[in-house]
Design a binder for this molecule. Sequence first.
Ligand SMILES: [Zn+2]
Length: 308
Amino acid sequence: MRTEIARIRLEPGTGKAIEVRAGQILRIQQIEGQQCVDFNCFNLHDYKEFMHCGRTRTVHGFNPSKGTFLWSAPPRERAMLYILEDTYGRNDVLFPRCSAYLYESAYGFARHTNCHDIQAEAQREYGLTPDDVHDSFNLFMCTEITENGSATITRQASRAGDYVDLLALMDVLAVPNVCGADIMRTSNFALKPVEVIILESTEEDLARVPRTPILSSQRTPRDFRNPTIKADRELSRDPAYMPEFTNVPLNQVEIEIDLTEEDAARFEALRHAVHGDNDGAALRDIVFSWWEARFLAAKSGAPAIDEA
Ligand SMILES: [Zn+2]
């Protein structure tokens, strides 16, 4: 049985910065239904670590749902939250937050509720500035990619009581807001309140989270060459700067590889159809797909990468 810690009603036009401790669940729930909720998330003890939509969409696709993680930006790349439950099953990491400029430039409204300004105002409670608002995780937002490759918003059909449970894997400042778009399909042309509930997780909840590998490439400020947060806005050159890029100068060594008959056939198929005369690219393609299959298997909690 989960203990309820807090319950907050978010009115249209508003959002709220909420401290969620590791092991607590943030439930974002429809009251009337059909309302998109934009979401930002920061490491509570180091706001420079924040949720990264690009990383998240690369790993879990455009519509992360139950059983996926929300990841932080490189070079941290840690799982911040786990989507433990999702009763509607449609969320988005394709679209950026809506902004004042969008409503003025595209619709002619000089003043309009918008997610960027709502996020900025909610985050101000914790000393953050409008520049700290990051790309939104858009809950209950229905999007898809058209045949010509552009992203489009479709109507959503979430209902009263639909919810998404986000389990915190580290202490975070979570910032949900009622999306300000009432003139688009995002929330079916109306703004409605939503409810946010914080729950303590149970042992069973925690046992449902797949293990993610902890790798040395997931770096924290301890590992940075420059760990100091810049405190002024002006940019000027550091005269003592000496570049130290990884593995530079790069050395290239030719190696011989024995291909199985199956790999050789795939190589032949790829080398001209896809990569022209660039045999190196065709080979890298095969090696990468091998690596990707094993990496994804490891991340899904299936057998981890072995010593091979
Ligand atoms: Zn919005």
